[in-house]
Design a protein around this ligand. Sequence first.
Ligand code: PMV
Length: 306
Amino acid sequence: MKVTAIAPANIAFIKYWGRKDAKLRIPSNPSISMNLSACITKTTVEFSNDFKQDTVTKGFDEKRIIAHIDRIRDLAKTKMRAKITTNNSFPTSVGVASSASGFAALTVAAAAALGLKLSPKKLSSLARLGSGSACRSIPDGFVKWEGEYAYSLYPHDYWDLRDILVIVESKQKEISSSKGHEAVETSPFFAKRLAMIPKRIKWIEKALGEKNFPAFGKVIEEDCLDMHHVMQTQDPPLIYWNDKTREIMDTVRRWRKEGIPVYFTIDAGANVHLICEGKDERKVIETLGSRYQIIINKPARGAHLI
Ligand code: PMV
């Protein structure tokens, strides 16, 4: 059967950095994220006894994709080969990680193509084995991941937030996040980070529940800086920021003093996510000017069949 699914990338407000179990990709701490409406992967999976071998669209990580298809084949107890066609709504050259949206779309499409009826929890756990943060791209809207799977805290239309993604770097990262997770214990600040996480989770859940944007923004910036502090003090150090990243971080702080409610967060890369409420989107974009390529994201649904 031939099935197509789409899935969004997601931005973490409380970040996942470090794993309790590397092979199973069980995170050291819970994380909270939002699905991104303009960073979407669309994947078609077709299984057939007529196919002699698996095929994957050129330019994607064939080995990792087929390893994931093998997991799903094992569940369905089949050896049928697959044809996998995938594309991203955002150019791969902008340096936006596509593993979360990619493995979420692949999981949902492949499971359906093999007639597996999996619960949302099971789909999320399965996506996690492909790429950790992919498990957060399965549920709707605002999502929490703890342990084996992620679930929705609030649907996508709960809060009209924006993630204005500012592209300052289009290179692929030199050290993958997988390698980064592995070396997290070498940072003397990792234990301190873990000790702070329960408080931050409580604060962010309260701010989300009350739609208290300044409280929300304060925690997301704090957690982003904390994760990067750990990254930068690992061995080898992971320094993802460049001059433009730092300039935008300074600018955001200045804008807040000038009365524009906007906060930043940054994943394992140099690009900056500007988080604001929908009502302030125009102001933020106009103030930023036309110097950078941007991708405007709203909260989005999770992975689904089309
Ligand atoms: O899913 P991975 O292994 O690419 O790890 C991603 C980790 C961060 O993006 C840096 C943080 C997060 O929670 O998404």
